[in-house]
Design a protein around this ligand. Structure first.
Ligand code: GLA
Length: 392
């Protein structure tokens, strides 16, 4: 987007936010526990005029998730810390225009295929499909206009006192090169136990591949306040998938034992990140898929992160086979985030639950093929808590 056009678009979105905040609609307020609510407001519109809404889900203890219909993006997540202090723990922007202009997938739903597909090509039932190349010679995160850049239909509801936002999107046959019309539903639920649950389902009318994830960048001390190198991370994985120079898995499932990838006991993210290790050098830090222990298909603990400074902890549970741990290696300070704070190198980390990268080209990896008549269904839970005295 040209600079002058971008400035005008920023101004337009800012005005729209101001105008609409006044007509903020509380929904189902009478049926919910005191203090909890779902509110809908405008978050502006895209350059082509498509309106984008922002939903604010607040539970009875005050935890709050703001999610917009552009990219199904988590715009902010305010969670309690020590002494009842709330902070926003995800990176993002103040305006829609900034998300549209240049966002490294901050908070977005990623699909049709999260992570990389080598050379943007795969063969299914004898037919080779060619996808957009948007990461050197490879395909990344669904292509040029993936699910992070489309506007989803939204519906709010409040089953069993939970706060639920259902997002739907239909991806047409051969969108970004993928076969089959794919109907996708992503349900975000904020529970009274300070969990953000995400249910993904998809159905297709022709054989295809699917791999959906959520791309929030977390900083449990508060977005924009510093790097995440002091956060302690546990990943429930005995193995990971080493990559080549294009970050495509080699196909090997390598034990983490005696490597800087052993996070089976809580370890500060920064402790070994600069170690003399080929895999860390290739990715400029951690940007790797871990092979989660336990049975894929069963929801189990995948990871836990603790920030000793704020006392916040986050558990990640999923029924997916893999988890991409990305240590914010490409953040370089040029993104000016919420409240005017710069997001510098490693100011956020991602824990993206997923199938392994490039699975369509690795028959030995768990399959990502979806057939007509079948339903793709996965679940991920980000659960927040405050560490008690003993843990700190
Ligand atoms: C994922 C990838 C990274 C990077 C980020 C977005 O985590 O694995 O290599 O592309 O998304 O910047």
């Amino acid at each position: 987007m040209k600079k002058s056009c971008f400035a005008f678009f920023c101004l337009l979105s800012a005005c729209t936010i101001l105008l609409i905040t006044g007509s903020d609609e509380p929904m189902n307020a009478q049926t919910l526990p005191p203090k909890s609510s779902i509110r809908k407001q405008s978050f502006g519109s895209l350059p082509d005029g498509t309106p984008v809404d922002l939903y604010t889900l607040t539970n009875q203890s005050g935890m709050q998730a703001r999610i917009m219909t552009y990219g199904g993006t988590i715009v902010s997540l305010r969670v309690p810390g020590r002494n009842g202090k709330f902070d926003d723990v995800v990176l993002g922007f103040d305006s829609l225009a900034e998300y549209v202009h240049d966002s490294p997938y901050f908070g977005a739903i990623v699909g049709r295929y999260a992570n990389r597909i080598a050379r943007g090509s795969f063969t299914l039932n004898g037919t080779t499909f060619t996808l957009a190349l948007n990461d050197g010679k490879n395909h990344l995160h669904g292509g040029v206009k993936g699910f992070d850049k489309v506007v989803w239909q939204a519906a709010a509801s409040t089953p069993d006192n939970d706060l639920m936002l259902t997002l739907t999107y239909t991806s047409r046959n051969l969108e970004e090169g993928y076969p089959g019309t794919l109907k996708v539903e992503v349900v975000y639920t904020l529970t009274s136990a300070d969990e953000l649950k995400i249910l993904y389902t998809a159905e297709t009318d022709a054989p295809t591949v699917v791999n959906l994830t959520q791309h929030s960048y977390f900083n449990l001390a508060g977005a924009g306040t510093g790097d995440i190198l002091g956060h302690r991370l546990m990943i429930n994985a005995d193995r990971f998938t080493p990559v080549d120079s294009g970050l495509i898995p080699t196909g090997v499932l390598q034990p983490v034992e005696n490597t800087p990838f052993d996070f089976r006991r809580p370890t500060p993210i920064g402790e070994r990140i600069s170690a003399d290790d080929v895999q860390l050098k290739l990715a400029g830090g951690y940007d790797h898929n871990f092979v989660l222990n336990g049975s894929a298909g069963t929801v189990r603990l995948a990871a836990r992160v603790e920030d000793p400074q704020s006392g916040r902890a986050m558990d990640v549970l999923t029924n997916q086979p893999g988890l991409q741990f990305y240590s914010g290696n490409f953040l370089d300070g040029h993104h000016v985030g919420k409240g005017g704070l710069h997001y510098r190198h490693r100011y956020g980390f991602c824990l993206e639950t997923q199938h392994f990268p490039d699975s369509p080209n690795h028959p030995s990896f768990p399959s990502t093929v979806l057939l007509p008549g079948k339903t793709y269904s996965t679940e991920t839970i980000y659960k927040f808590s405050v560490m008690d005295g003993k843990e700190q």
